[in-house]
Design a protein around this ligand. Structure first.
Ligand code: ME8
Length: 644
């Protein structure tokens, strides 16, 4: 069976940032992992180039839209090439073949009776390229997803009968519980669909930068809605609407997306596919959001991290390792140089790099760089068994997208190696004239390094090739079979001396993010507030409404290790928004007791960091000498219902 792995196609309204790099790294890692296992795998990435947002960005930059799109698309492609991303195709939605494929799909949907013409009247957010009914807007004007102002649109439009697919979608989610990963995210999608799907406006007449209607529709006033155009890239890339050359790869095995665009991929996309009578992707993997030093990245704050800037100073493979190790798939992650440097120094340099250096050094000293595994089983049965248990466990972590657990477990192999060296002290054995035992320990560790580097190769392909080169073998499907599946040991070979792989980093190598607004002012404000009598401190109603209070549903809850007070909650705030809240309520509530209960949340707090984790909101609670209780709605309300 073949595998097909995709990233979202990135908008060409700005250069790549670290969030784009993360999606691309996971997809690339997964592709390399499948290829290592011998699977026939196809990997697609590319750029999303149509729509009002791109047209407006080009205008702002004073460039013709196509020229602007060409430049930014090339900058994405060059970056991925420089990072040696192993894609099979880089698609652009301005490619002629893609446009034809989209037109073809439109005709098929139309012939099926799923497209009809009507008038659209509603609100449009250009930044999200999304239509919203008035009821969903914040204060009747602002986008519920990104908070930006929406504009009123009233125009003739073709509609896709999304409502027709409501039941089929719900059935698909319930028949395929792994369709959306992590599973906790499935709830928000299911609730959204259960809330009722409105037919989707899929063409626009107010601008022209989009795929034209198929000629058969005889209606050239309209261009395709950018999300219809964009989602179809996943099949046009395989030749849909042209020669179907690679359609054998469909359905996709994993489609990676950020949580912000899960709804499009888990609702609209499957409905489009059902309309086209095509099978649905096996699963949609939705990852979390990256912040920088606890702050949301944005151009206006000037704290966006360009992946190239990081890679130039820290190395792209170190960055891949850090991002995949740092966050559980699906959760938000924070990029800080401190955390990155700690992992480079302790995990890459100490655990992996030093182990290789020790083996190079010892084998040189004791056996002129010759390694023979002949006595390993005799002296190190315990270590071999422990190693095999770990190696056997790895596949399920990677297949379930748990890259952080995969790497965490993989690193236990280095502990086994280091411990064996300490316990068996080959230098002592050499003095005691037990050379065979000393050499067996060196060979054990060489084998550990070899096997670990095979399994690490999808994450750090170049670095692990250097390790393999030092150990005189090649990382590929046949060494994977021999050393991992068949559990064989390396045959007699000579070690090659290589320079240290991971020089230690002592100081941050990049300028720090511009300082966030000083907290001092905030603190001063608090003091004044506390000092003043409450009734003297009257506020305008508008000030109160600056605080966004919402009903939320706790969909995940866990204790924060090493904290007596904190619980880490994922709170569903409706419309696909899930926020992580660190609440100091552990003394009063257990994590389990909060699951699926309703809470009241301050939803527009600036993210803050507690114990290295980001908290994006605050729960309302009352506390007196008898303890603390949460404030909750008297009757259940929909997630996201505003309070005020
Ligand atoms: O949404 N943290 O394109 P886009 C983590 N063209 N990931 C992030 C991120 C962050 N801070 N910011 C962006 C689009 N991403 C559409 C997609 S697909 C048919 C069309 C990642 O350029 C994340 O994967 O806004 C997100 O889904 C993707 O970039 C969106 O990129």
């Amino acid at each position: 069976m073949s595998k097909y792995i995709t990233t979202p196609i990135y908008y060409v309204n700005g250069e790549a940032h670290i969030g784009h790099a993360y999606t691309t790294f996971i997809a690339d890692t997964m592709t390399r992992y499948e290829k290592l296992k011998g699977e026939n795998t196809y990997f697609l990435t590319g750029t999303d180039e149509h729509g009002q947002k791109i047209e407006e960005s080009a205008q702002k930059n004073g460039k013709p839209t196509q020229e602007f799109a060409d430049e930014i698309s090339a900058s994405f492609k060059n970056l991925w090439d420089e990072f040696e991303i192993n894609y099979d195709k880089f698609i652009r939605t301005t490619d002629e073949d893609h446009k034809k494929g989209v037109q073809k799909a439109f005709e098929v949907m139309h012939a099926k009776g799923d497209i009809y013409k009507d008038f659209y009247e509603g609100h449009y957010c250009v930044s999200c390229e999304t239509f919203f009914p008035e009821t969903q807007l914040i204060d009747g004007e602002y986008c519920p997803d990104c908070g930006r102002s929406t504009s009123v649109v009233k125009e003739e439009s073709y509609f896709f009968r999304l409502s027709k697919y409501e039941d089929a979608l719900l059935k698909h989610y319930s028949d395929n519980p792994n369709f959306i990963l992590p599973r906790s995210r499935a709830n928000e999608v299911i609730n959204f669909v259960k809330g009722g799907l409105r037919d989707l406006s899929v063409t626009r007449t107010s601008f022209t930068w989009g795929v034209k209607m198929p000629e058969s529709m005889h209606d050239d006033k309209h261009v395709m809605y950018v999300w219809l155009d964009a989602l179809l890239n996943y099949i046009t890339a395989l030749g849909y609407g042209k020669d179907n050359a690679n359609m054998r790869y469909w359905p996709a095995s994993t489609q990676f997306v950020g949580k912000d665009i899960l709804r499009f991929h888990a609702i609209y996309w499957p409905a489009f596919l059902m309309s086209l009578d095509l099978p649905l992707p096996k699963r949609i993997g939705a990852h979390g959001w990256w912040t920088r030093d606890g702050e949301k990245m944005s151009k206006s704050k000037g704290n966006v991290i360009a992946p190239k800037e990081v890679a130039d100073v820290y190395g792209v493979e170190n960055l891949r390792y850090f991002m995949l190790r740092e966050v559980p798939f699906g959760q938000d992650g924070d990029f800080s140089q401190r955390a990155f440097i700690d992992r480079i120094n302790s995990e890459l340099s100490n655990d992996l790099g030093n182990l290789l250096n020790r083996i190079i050094g010892m084998s040189g000293k004791y056996s002129e760089y010759e390694i023979d595994s002949v006595d390993v089983e005799k002296f190190h049965k315990k270590e071999i068994d422990a190693m095999n248990i770990i190696l056997d466990s790895l596949d399920s972590y990677m297949e379930n997208l748990q890259t952080h657990r995969y790497l965490e477990e993989l690193w236990k192999l280095f502990s086994i190696g280091n411990k064996a060296i300490e316990e068996h002290a080959p230098w002592v054995k050499m003095k005691e004239d037990k050379k065979d035992e000393a050499l067996a320990t060196v060979a054990l560790v060489a084998n550990i390094l070899a096997k670990a580097s095979i399994m690490l190769s999808p994450v750090m392909p170049k670095t692990t090739n250097i390790v393999a080169d030092a150990l005189n073998f090649t990382i590929d499907n046949s060494s994977y079979k021999e050393l991992i599946l068949d559990k064989k040991l390396l045959k007699l070979f000579n070690i090659k001396v290589v320079p240290p792989l991971f020089p230690r980093v002592d100081e941050p190598l990049m300028p720090e993010a511009p300082a966030a607004e000083p907290n001092k002012q905030e603190d001063d404000k608090k003091e004044v507030t506390v000092a003043a009598k409450e009734e003297d401190n009257l506020i305008e109603i508008g000030q109160f409404f600056e605080t966004s209070l919402k009903v939320g549903v706790v969909i995940e809850a866990e204790e924060v290790p090493k904290s007596k007070t904190l619980l880490k909650l994922q709170v569903d705030l409706g419309n696909g928004v899930i926020k992580q809240v660190l609440a100091g309520i552990r003394e009063f509530y257990s994590a389990e007791s909060l699951l699926n209960t309703q809470v009241c949340v301050v939803a527009n707090l600036k993210p803050a960091k507690l114990m290295g984790m980001v908290s994006e909101g605050m729960l309302l609670a009352a506390k007196d000498e008898d303890g603390l209780c949460l404030i909750r709605p008297e009757k259940p309300k929909k997630a996201g219902t505003p309070i005020g």
